[in-house]
Write a protein that binds this ligand. Sequence first.
Ligand code: ATP
Ligand code: MG
Length: 382
Amino acid sequence: MGGAARDLLMGATPPDWDVATSARPEAVQALFRRTVPVGVQFGVVRVLLKDFEYEVATLRADLGYSDGRRPDGVRFTDLREDVLRRDFTINGLALDPMTGEVTDLVGGVADLAAGILRAIGDADARFAEDRLRPLRAVRFAARTGFAIEEATYDAMRRAAADVAAVSVERISEELKKTLLSPRPGLGWRLLADTGMLAAVLPECGEAGPADPVAAALDAAVGIGDPDTLWAIALWPLGADRAGKVLRRLRQSNRSIRDAADTVRLGLAAATIDDRDVVRAKRILREPRARAGLDALAAWRKAQGLDDAPVRAARDRLAGWTDADLHPPRLATGDDALAAGIPSGPRVADALTALEDAQLGGDVTDADAARAFLQSMAARPAP
Ligand code: ATP
Ligand code: MG
């Protein structure tokens, strides 16, 4: 039903199977041994089989949408009404699993064949019912490359500002899926052109035009890591503000840090000086350095710049061993004090300077480390 029928007709493997049935939730629960009542009030029961699970939904009509997010309640009904509450014609197909027969009450088969994304019924009304739908339209367009039918597109523009009323979790989920789609750049352009970007990511509008971002996302196709894609999308904001946006979007702490580090390291890698091997090692040894280089590569490609700095950095990285990047500690704070460095912040500075000397190849053993610390102690405080 819905997504699975659409995916099969497009030749794709459905990620999940939503089953629709005229049986009531109680009957579904009675029929299968293991079930989870995920939303019985909406008619949805999860059925757990040996190695698969299905969401089984009783055919339903939604009763009113007073909050613009979810229906107030449902009434059980027939296939026609169930299909009419769905969002887009390509999502309104019903596949009979026994016969393989497709029932199409909304022209979804023709739209699939023609590559058109069209709201079922009156687009303005459908977007007012559930304000997430315009964002789902962007996601499906980015996934399929389908053209958005004109009346649907116009309604998306009118509904753009209201998308911000949806919970930030649902918004983030759609944005992330759009970034992970085969056409993230197209998705970004649609977000910008409809006005949704200004509504859900106002920070991006302040940071600059959307087109270069879309071009960078186009250049990033094949990157499957959402945090790298976030880094490319939020690149013009810089690392700190990118992290703040992702915090507002309630991403995990790990994602926030990984995406912000990707921006920071990508920008830093762009300014690596051939002669400064110490700085190059400090940047490139960080866990997100490769992601940063991927993001930098996408941005440079989009701007018509050559990839020489990225290639140079990748080559250097390939030539270094783990020990080159993380030399063994040759001295402790106590060693620094013993060498005559006064206790306080100068100890940490001295140890950092010692590691720099190791990264640069000037200090390679404990004796040299001791001499290095003594020479630092002899220097006047900065
Ligand atoms: P995905 O490939 O990400 O699973 P999907 O289209 O299958 O996308 P689901 O969330 O699995 O989306 O929903 C299954 C079906 O339920 C959709 O194909 C659509 O028919 C309907 N549907 C889901 N969300 C909405 C919505 N917000 N408004 C209207 N119909 C919806
Ligand atoms: Mg689905």
